[in-house]
Design a protein around this ligand. Structure first.
Ligand SMILES: Nc1ncnc2c1ncn2[C@@H]1O[C@H](COP(=O)(O)OP(=O)(O)OP(=O)(O)O)[C@@H](O)[C@H]1O
Length: 246
């Protein structure tokens, strides 16, 4: 499998503290990957580097089939190149309906000039309906987003990210605060999304990671400590010592 994202030899130092230490990581074009690791392992910093928020001191970050260096791009350019990021807290417009939120995301994805001269077409409405269906909100289109459950808001935000047609989606702790039923739906959604794009999930909840049934990367002190199936990495004595055994 050829890599969509290739992080190689990346290091970042904050005030003399090496948060990312010669990190190398790659993910395929249609792959679901979980990243786990203790607090301070560098999971958030890794996502900050890929999205352009933090610039590494050394190393390369290459993206795409004909790879481009993400380090040369701004955060906005990286987003337009096809990298989406879902933060832990949902940020939907609560006063707007589900359909309006998705429509706004569709407009934003088309760029600033299209927003100015936007005229909604039947194709746009169909796309909004398709996005809602994809995330399981087909019957909630007219509902005010503020009335949705926590899980539904998270799915709406995922739908809004999908409007930008990302090729790589970084998702931070999607299961946090969800009911069991919402977690199950989220698992199915992430698995489905990863059939046509790369999805990287940072998660502390081991039960949720198990359900994802995907390759797991364990980070520790800014580097990869172990990689493989969840069963494989959870048997690793070093992983038990630094993470699971606590
Ligand atoms: N802007 C910054 N300035 C100084 N130190 C930072 C900065 N950002 C991160 N760090 C430090 O870098 C290390 C890695 O942090 P990071 O947030 O990436 O870890 P994490 O694996 O996401 O942890 P958690 O599971 O708690 O979210 C931590 O020790 C953190 O304190």
């Amino acid at each position: 499998m050829s890599a969509l994202l290739e992080v190689s030899g990346v290091s970042v130092t904050f005030d003399g503290f090496r948060a990312i230490n010669n990190l190398s990581f790659s993910i395929g074009a249609a792959e679901l990957r979980a990243i786990i690791g203790p607090n301070g392992a560098g999971k958030t910093t890794f996502m900050d580097i890929v999205t352009g928020k933090t610039r590494p001191d050394t190393g390369t970050v290459r993206f795409g089939e004909r790879p481009i260096s993400l380090l040369a791009l701004s955060e906005a350019q990286i987003a337009r190149a096809g990298v989406g990021r879902k933060f832990q807290r949902p940020t939907v417009f609560e006063d707007q309906s589900v359909a309006d939120n998705l429509t706004m995301a569709l407009k934003a994805a088309r760029g600033p000039f299209k927003v100015l001269f936007w005229k909604e077409t039947a194709a746009d409405r169909a796309r909004v309906a398709a996005l809602a269906a994809e995330v399981g909100l087909a019957d909630q289109l007219t509902r005010k987003s503020g009335e949705l459950s926590h899980g539904q808001k998270q799915w709406l935000e995922i739908g809004m990210l999908l409007a930008q047609e990302p090729r790589l989606l970084l998702v931070d702790e999607p299961a946090a605060g969800m009911t069991l039923a919402e977690r199950e739906h989220t698992t199915a959604l992430l698995v489905e999304m990863a059939k046509t794009r790369a999805v990287v999930v940072v998660e502390h909840d081991m039960e949720f990671v198990r359900r994802l049934n995907c390759k797991v990367t364990v980070l520790h002190e800014g580097a990869v400590l172990a990689e493989g199936s969840l069963d494989h990495v959870t048997k690793n004595p070093q992983v038990i010592e630094v993470y699971l055994g606590r």
